[in-house]
Design a protein around this ligand. Structure first.
Ligand SMILES: NC(=O)c1ccc[n+]([C@@H]2O[C@H](COP(=O)([O-])OP(=O)(O)OC[C@H]3O[C@@H](n4cnc5c(N)ncnc54)[C@H](OP(=O)(O)O)[C@@H]3O)[C@@H](O)[C@H]2O)c1
Length: 275
């Protein structure tokens, strides 16, 4: 049962590929820049000629939609047609973003498919995400979420759920969170405790948040993500589900454990010395 892993070089896809290989499941890693390995294949959402060859010989698909695209449906639809009756496990989101939510609905309607809808990734606090950059450079988390909480989840737990779904006949929509919901101010307090450096949440306007996202995304996507902050402020992601333990048989990783494991990447600079 070969699994085509789109987004196979990304946060969840890479971890899923490792889990599949551990189980002895053949994988095909799709990327715009494939490594010179026999199980890597060139794949570009915006080039439908790459879809068929990537799917050839694969019975199941892990689908990470194109990133930085407000409406992924026009790019993904030809791929779903080419995929025919193959089983699809889609990485969606708990957040409601019109085009992406429509894609979730379309995939959920395919027989045997599953749609994973995770809350915010803990990985937003590491790497190149704008929240992570602000944290590392200034010790602040700038969002428009107010006191709204999110059930932060480790991308590795999403991959573990995807692996469990692909190994079973689980179908339908799955809401994924970590073990607790934390506001950004509460997340800042955890990071301060773990790193020993002051970190604070700064509540900004949705426009300012959109400008922050626009540093790495098209303006329409940045505005859509800023609108998600407004929903979070109203409580849209203030929930905790048991999907990770239910499907993997172990607890979901806590935010504190994640920050401990990624301490160096989450540590802000030391505060300036008083003169
Ligand atoms: N961050 C969050 O808090 C959060 C929460 C819920 C859901 N999500 C969802 O998670 C998904 C993944 O987002 P992420 O930022 O974590 O990215 P990621 O999965 O770490 O990286 C993006 C992946 O997509 C591939 N990719 C990008 N553009 C492509 C294209 N045109 N054709 C083929 N492959 C392409 C990249 O592969 P190559 O560069 O190798 O081609 C890479 O493997 C998004 O759909 C997002 O909505 C994120």
């Amino acid at each position: 049962m070969t699994v085509l892993v789109t987004g196979g070089t990304g946060k969840t896809g890479r971890a899923l590929a490792a889990l599949l290989r551990e189980r002895g499941v053949p994988v095909r890693i799709a990327s715009r820049h494939p490594a010179a390995e026999p199980d890597h294949v060139r794949f570009d959402w915006s080039d439908p000629r790459t879809h068929g060859p990537a799917l050839a010989g694969a019975e199941q698909v892990y689908l990470v939609p194109p990133v930085g695209v407000l409406d992924p449906v026009p790019l993904v639809e030809p791929f779903l047609r080419a995929a025919g009756g193959r089983r699809v496990v889609l990485l969606g989101a708990l957040a409601v973003v019109p085009g992406h939510t429509e894609l979730c609905e379309r995939v959920a309607a395919l027989p045997g498919s599953a749609v994973l809808r995770p809350s915010g990734f803990m990985q937003n606090f590491t790497g190149r995400h704008p929240v992570a950059v602000d944290l590392r450079e200034r010790g602040v988390l700038r969002t428009a979420t107010g006191n709204g909480r999110l059930g932060w989840i480790d991308a590795a737990d999403i991959a573990a759920v995807a692996d469990a779904v692909l190994a079973s006949d689980v179908t339908g929509e799955l809401l994924l969170t970590g073990p607790e919901a934390l506001s950004y101010a509460e997340a800042a307090a955890v990071i301060s405790e773990v790193t020993g450096r002051p970190v604070r949440h700064v509540d900004v306007t949705p426009d300012e948040r959109a400008r922050q996202f626009a540093a790495g995304l098209p303006a329409d996507c940045a505005a859509a993500l800023a609108a998600v902050d407004v929903d979070i402020r109203a409580g849209s992601e203030d929930l905790v589900t048991s999907t990770v333990p239910d499907l993997t048989g172990r607890p979901a990783r806590s935010f504190r454990a994640f920050v401990r494991a990624h301490r160096a990447e989450c540590t802000p600079p030391p505060p300036p010395r008083p003169r």
